[in-house]
Unconditional design. Structure first.
Lengths: 409, 524
């Protein structure tokens, strides 16, 4: 007879190993695809999985196969018009066989879905985030352990002695009550007329009473703890960027990663994170994300205008008493005349007291060259201010290191 | 899974054998689409009664396993085997299928069945009861009896040992990864996979697999290597050595005859492979050998299973064990499976092996039961004879190529409207070579059979020479089949072979007259 087995509860992830190996082997190709995704995504959508395309030829497994050329015959079904000896012109492409190859999607790309974790890992890999930070960002939410009464099961270290003994006492009283009542009656009767039968009975009852366990397993109580999401608050993140002509696409890509990283961090910490995008040339504008990263505008550079606008917006919409305010600024360092010095003063005296953190990233044309703005900012001495000159992706994280290590701890 | 009312199902669990006349009290086994383990058992018994009891199919015992769709995707990726060693290519397969499935581009197969003893069949939990019954009839009795009966499977695979062997292989590869690193193992596996199609013996019989022997042999071999390693022996002069050396020097060509099993040759003779690497080559080779008959009998195997599920389920209906709702669902699924699109229709992907196989077995039955004059002249031996023994004989003794060559009838060629298109290098257009008419039947049939000939699908490449006494180079010969060259991958495959071999590897392409037309070489 046939054997019927239910295997549904067996391991469902047999291929997790193979999948991970595939991703590892084609890391380079996949990373390129991820870069593409990063550039197409909005900062707030960054943390999802996504469809990734890898060129098929990069991952094909070779084998000895017949190539095109030579002679061959192929039998096809469904003839409704050909006679022996008919000639069919060759299709222009090098498509093998005659006719009807189907017009399905071109098989040029191997498309598959990266899970959220896989995507974030690749994203973090690029930024060379340390593991501690990865865990903080990778976690969906922060939880806190909170007391939630008592449970009858648990580990010994959580044993509540007081509760357990109280329970034991209650049990001893409850279970012992009828016996004790009987015993009292028997003793009263024995006092009146002592007989050996009564004496024996008293003896048995006493023995029964003494057999009641002092502490039973059902008495034990353990302190119970539950994981609760942490109380949340709201934050606003200001993204400031110089969009004058000297900011190239590459620089904007770096900037986007920088903003994304800060956003991810904040969205872990706060229930609600508002984003404000301010771009500036010689005057500042509040814009949407699309325009911020991909709109083009030309003009000079006046940093102060952006800081002023930020201040105005804070004034109008984000009361520092109820909002956690973060600022992130990216520029290529160009600034002229009195602008850098004025900006520094404005930032240090006017903005920073209201801010939780302000990070400035400079993306110079050549590494090591410090822009005028950075020169001015370098004089800011404030625990909530960080700045760095960045030319590679892996240099982004250190700008935020202090913030992360302080807040993630 | 909710359980449908079991009581009614149980009452008619085992229909009495040979119950030709339908007793009025017979109730359908179940109603609706829900399945339960009791129902599967009930259906399995009823189907067995028909398959084995009435039609005399000879099967391995069945092991029916219910799995979830993710597990089906897992099984897909590991070539349908329930267990296998870890390799990225399986991950790639898995990812591809998962993506297609999730996007809805591709449904999952209803079932996977493994050529083992007992015969393991996977049923998906998502399927309805009629589908489960279809799968049981198709896999557990159709494929199962084919695995047990067909000569290729009997000769080339060892149903008793395959699962144990795969367990051994998985463990062994894992041990190697621990000892030599994942990277090193992966490299060997990559190279072996590239040569997998050429790791098959077509004319020698492989020795039966035995895990115990396999493990012992492998340990023995390693010990032997240890014991033999003694550098001093090399320096000792030995009588007779010179004579031996002279004899060897006179050896001109090794191997004496060209060898078609490249992986076997590499495993036995590679000058560079460590013992553990040879062992991995052997594992891949054994797998290739195991799958070899499947590639040769796709049409027959699927056709046979489809023919039987069709026959068995119709019989269930005739006996009153299933209701019309069941039959409607079954017929709709069956029709999908055996649909054949024309060459110019959307979604045409070549000849559907299910459609062709099912049509051929059904046609064979028709020729036996109700032959026409045409059938009598084409198939005088079988027209009008007992269909069950004719089908049984065909199932046991043919593979796709010979089956089509023998049994494809003119009537079927007309039904499929088959026509052959010739693609000749010398012509600047395709030529319609033959069509389904009196002049063309024999030629269409011959060409169709040739299409399933392995040489048509896989280039003929053999080991020609191993220069044992010289530079240790390996020479392969590719004999062109009707002027068809190798595609560009060949260069990469040669590199893989070179990695396994360790010394220069040469591939010489010759035409049908053994005249050299091209050659490639990877120098050491």
């Amino acid at each position: 007879m046939s054997i019927i087995i239910d295997r549904r509860l067996n391991d469902r992830k047999k291929n997790a190993v193979n999948r991970a190996r595939f991703l590892r082997r084609y890391k380079e190709q996949i990373r390129r695809a991820v870069d593409d995704l990063v550039s197409r995504r909005s900062i707030t959508d960054m943390e999802q999985g996504g469809d990734v395309k890898v060129p098929v030829k990069d991952i094909s497994e070779p084998a000895f196969r017949h190539g095109s050329g030579g002679d061959r015959e192929v039998v096809h079904p469904g003839n409704h018009r050909f006679q022996q000896g008919d000639r069919i012109p060759r299709p222009p492409a090098e498509e093998g066989g005659a006719g009807g190859q189907g017009q399905g999607e071109a098989e040029d790309d191997f498309v598959f879905k990266l899970s959220r974790e896989e995507f974030m890992n690749l994203f973090f890999d690029d930024l060379e985030l340390p593991h501690l930070i990865r865990n903080v960002l990778g976690d969906v939410r922060d939880y806190k352990w909170r007391r939630a009464g008592y449970t009858p099961s648990g580990v010994p270290s959580n044993l509540s002695v007081l509760r357990s003994l109280r329970n034991a006492q209650a049990r001893r009283i409850a279970i012992g009550a009828p016996i004790r009542r009987e015993l009292e009656e028997a003793e009263a009767e024995y006092a009146r007329s002592p007989t050996t039968a009564l004496a024996e009975r008293i003896e048995t009852l006493r023995a029964r009473l003494s057999r009641l366990p002092f502490l039973d397993e059902i008495d034990l109580r353990f302190r119970h703890r539950v994981r609760e999401p942490q109380p949340v608050a709201r934050a606003v993140m200001f993204c400031l960027m110089d969009v004058s002509a000297s900011m190239t696409e590459d620089k904007k890509d770096l900037a986007k990663r920088f903003f994304t990283l800060l956003y991810l961090f904040l969205s872990r910490k706060y229930e609600r994170v508002e984003l404000v995008f301010i771009r500036h040339t010689d005057n500042a504008q509040e814009v949407d994300e699309q325009t911020f990263f991909y709109g083009t505008q030309s003009g000079g550079t006046v940093v102060l205008s952006a800081l002023r606008l930020m201040d105005e917006i804070i004034e109008a919409r984000f009361d520092p008493a109820t909002w956690n305010i973060y600022g992130a600024q990216v520029s290529d360092g160009d600034a002229f005349g009195a602008d850098p010095e004025k900006s520094r003063a404005f930032l240090e005296d006017r903005l920073l007291p209201d801010l939780r953190y302000f990070a400035y990233v400079e993306i110079p044309d050549e590494p090591e060259a410090l822009g005028l703005l950075a020169h001015a900012y370098a004089r800011i001495d404030h625990p909530d201010f960080a700045m760095k000159s960045v030319t590679e992706r892996n240099e982004i994280y250190p700008v935020l290191r202090e913030l992360f290590s302080k807040e993630a701890a | 899974m909710s359980k449908p009312s079991g009581a009614r199902a149980d009452r008619s669990a085992t229909p009495r054998s040979g119950a030709r006349v339908q007793p009025p009290s017979v109730q359908p086994l179940s109603a609706g689409g829900e399945w339960s383990f009791e129902l599967i058992d009930t259906y399995d018994r009823a189907i067995r009664e028909i398959a084995v009891g009435e039609f005399g199919l000879d099967c391995y015992p069945n092991q029916i396993e219910i799995i979830a769709s993710e597990q089906m995707l897992d099984a897909y990726a590991s070539l349908g085997l329930p267990i296998g060693y870890a390799h990225w290519s399986f991950g790639k397969e898995f990812i591809r299928n998962e993506h297609l499935y999730r996007k809805g581009h591709q449904g999952l197969a209803y079932e996977i069945v493994i050529n083992s003893n007992p015969c393991i069949a996977y049923l998906m939990e998502e399927n309805t009861m009629p589908m489960q019954a279809l799968v049981i009839a198709h896999a557990c009795y159709g494929h199962n009896s084919f695995f047990k009966g067909n000569y290729l499977f009997r000769q080339w695979t060892d149903a008793d040992a395959i699962i144990d062997y795969m367990v051994f292989a998985k463990k062994y590869v894992m041990q190697c990864e621990e000892r030599y690193g994942e990277q090193a193992v992966e490299e060997v596996l990559d190279s072996c996979h590239a040569l997998m199609q050429h790791g098959v013996d077509r004319y020698h019989h492989p020795a039966p697999l035995s895990v115990e022997d396999e493990r012992k042999r492998q340990i023995e071999r390693e010990r032997h290597a240890w014991r033999q390693y003694d550098d001093i022996w090399r320096t000792l002069p030995k009588a007779g050595r010179d004579a031996e050396r002279r004899a060897r020097r006179s050896e001109r060509i090794y191997p004496a005859e060209p060898q078609e099993n490249l992986l076997y040759f590499v495993e036995k003779h590679s000058p560079r492979l460590e013992p553990w690497q040879s062992e991995i080559v052997r594992i891949v080779r054994k797998m290739a050998q195991y799958f070899y008959p499947q590639g040769q009998t796709k049409v027959m195997n699927e056709g046979w299973a489809t023919f039987w599920h069709y026959t068995i389920l119709n019989r269930l209906f005739d006996k009153g064990l299933v209701d019309t709702g069941f039959m409607l669902e079954f017929i709709s699924a069956h029709t999908n499976v055996v649909s054949q699109r024309g060459y110019d229709q959307r979604g045409y992907g070549g000849i559907n092996p299910y459609a062709l196989g099912f049509a051929m077995f059904s046609d064979l039955k028709r020729i036996c039961v109700a032959p026409t004059a045409e059938d009598r002249s084409w198939f005088p031996d079988i027209a009008g004879s007992d269909w069950r023994s004719v089908l049984d004989f065909a199932m046991r003794n043919y593979k796709d190529e010979s089956f089509i060559g023998q049994y494809l009838s003119p009537r079927l060629m007309r039904e499929f409207r088959l026509f052959a298109v010739a693609d000749r290098q010398s012509e600047d257009a395709y030529l319609v070579d033959a069509i389904h008419n009196d002049d063309g039947y024999r030629r269409v049939r011959r060409l169709m059979a040739a299409q399933y000939n392995r040489d048509n699908q896989i280039p003929d490449i053999q080991v020609l020479r191993y220069d044992r006494r010289g530079d240790r180079s390996l020479t392969l010969r590719h004999r062109r089949h009707r002027g068809r060259p190798l595609d560009d991958d060949a260069e990469q495959v040669l590199r893989h072979l070179h990695r396994l071999w360790g010394f220069a590897v040469r591939l010489v392409t010759v035409d049908e007259n053994d005249k050299e037309v091209a050659s490639r070489e990877i120098k050491s």
